[in-house]
Ligand binder design. Structure first.
Ligand code: C2E
Ligand code: MG
Ligand code: MG
Ligand code: MG
Length: 270
């Protein structure tokens, strides 16, 4: 009986799992090779001031120029890069490229943001490493904004808070990403050293729909609280003129989205 059970298990393993495992291992070795051969690059999505249409900064979003599969997005590989522990090396490479590109090409008043995951925030020397990178790349600290999600903050709120605070003192800002999707509690926002807050595109998407009264109320509440706390607001995922108009009329200062500009190589913008 035990033998039978064992055989059955083996069958299950053989089919799905084995293929998954091969895929994961293949991807891992490809990721290693990609790091060696510099196949990662940031695409920049412009962030606009809604009032006058000026580009005030860019979000750096990772892309992988895969030699066979073409341009890959985070969805295609970040999960495996995280599980294999490679994401940190990949991210640092990307952060450094993004800072260097903006320092060399961007007007001095434009900033760059990049996405910092919980893994990075676990390192007590994350802030000093960021500051060293800024020195190396020549980007003024005031031009860098780290994007962190609420989930990443939950991990170890006290140490993350003091880390972000040390960065703030050094001039580096922080933005709370995907606001409204996580464990959002409007009430703890005041205790975080955020320069900006990014309203998740799920809310923006709802804005121009019939019966969108609820999301309009939520966005208005987010804007009111952020502004009372001296935090600037970026709306994510603006896709229609109606969404843009509503956000502008509600006093949202910045936005990004396909209506305004898709993520693209830096040469597209600078
Ligand atoms: P995110 O930080 O919320 O980034 C915004 C995502 O929304 C980007 O997808 C962007 O291309 C997409 N987007 C922008 N405007 C619109 C719009 O108008 N409509 C729609 N439907 N989507 C829009 P992307 O580049 O695929 O990135 C997905 C996620 O991957 C990011 O979400 C971020 O969490 C993560 N990510 C991106 N770059 C990095 C990186 O360098 N390192 C790490 N660890 N994660 C990254
Ligand atoms: Mg982001
Ligand atoms: Mg976001
Ligand atoms: Mg989002």
């Amino acid at each position: 009986q035990a033998k039978q059970l064992g055989r059955k298990r083996f069958v299950v393993f053989d089919e799905a799992l084995a293929k998954d495992m091969v895929d994961v291992l293949t991807m891992e070795s490809e990721l290693r090779k990609a790091l060696r051969q510099n196949e990662f690059e940031p695409h920049f999505q412009p962030i606009f001031r809604l009032g006058d249409g000026q580009i005030v900064g860019y979000e750096a979003l990772i892309r992988w120029n895969h030699p066979q599969r073409g341009l890959l997005k985070p969805h295609d590989f970040v999960r495996i890069a995280e599980d294999s522990g490679l994401i940190e090396a990949i991210d640092w490479r990307l952060f450094e490229m993004s800072c260097r590109m903006l320092a060399q090409k961007g007007p001095a008043e434009q900033f760059v943001t990049f996405n910092v995951s919980a893994l990075h925030l676990r390192h007590a020397d994350f802030d000093t490493r960021i500051l060293k990178m800024l020195e190396r790349t020549g980007l003024a600290s005031s031009r860098l904004i780290t994007e962190v999600t609420e989930g990443a903050l939950l991990d170890n709120p006290e140490s993350v808070r003091s880390m972000l605070d040390r960065l703030r003192v050094a001039g580096v800002g922080a933005a709370l990403d995907d606001f409204g999707t996580g464990y959002s509690s409007l009430s703890y926002l005041h205790s975080l050293p955020m320069r900006m807050l990014k309203i998740d595109r799920a809310f923006v998407h709802e804005l121009d729909k019939v019966g969108s009264k609820n999301s309009t109320t939520v966005v208005a509440a987010i804007l009111a609280l952020a502004h009372a706390l001296n935090i600037q607001v970026i709306a994510e995922g603006i896709e229609t003129q109606a969404q843009f108009d509503t956000l502008l009329s509600m006093g949202c200062e910045m936005g990004q989205g396909y209506l305004l500009g898709r993520p693209a190589p830096i040469d597209e913008w600078l």
